[in-house]
Design a protein around this ligand. Sequence first.
Ligand code: COA
Length: 150
Amino acid sequence: MAVAIIAVPYGSPDYYQALALRHLYLRQPLGLSFTPEEEAEDQCACHVVAKVNDRVIGCVLGVEKEGWIKIRQMVVEREWQRRGIGSQLLQTIEGLFKDRGRTAFFLHARHHSLEFYRRNGYQPIGALFYEVGILHQRMEKHLSLPEGRI
Ligand SMILES: CC(C)(COP(=O)(O)OP(=O)(O)OC[C@H]1O[C@@H](n2cnc3c(N)ncnc32)[C@H](O)[C@@H]1OP(=O)(O)O)[C@@H](O)C(=O)NCCC(=O)NCCS
């Protein structure tokens, strides 16, 4: 079945499907909800989803933070994992920011997903730390722009 990887606007039906997926995988298992700060951040973020027919089966977002792009809220539905969809989501969102001249990316990786991000070119920086009650690792990636672009 064909998987489409597309950017979607904040507030669109695809955005709300992605939000439900994020809640199901990243917040509900921890007994948490999205904070008002996270909800506000969503409004100025760039959202990319993976769709099969009309159903969102994966998502990620990127948001500007002090000169960096922070990658957040990466999810692929369990039955679609290990087929390269997470990597395609990452490459697509990185490409959208690269087109705007942005090349410095960071994220807070849950410890169980370190290998996934490492395979996608992210390097661990500093010590492990706790966030939402889970051990995390800061990871960074720097892209290069084509010759002649600043
Ligand atoms: C992390 C996640 C997004 C990866 O998505 P995915 O579509 O399965 O990733 P890919 O298929 O592109 O994986 C690429 C490579 O990353 C590595 N990888 C992916 N998932 C892995 C896992 N669970 N354990 C070890 N390595 C993994 C593998 O090397 C994989 O290549 P391979 O399948 O050829 O061995 C997905 O597992 C997920 O949604 N997890 C639950 C939510 C979550 O924890 N999100 C991350 C929050 S920081």
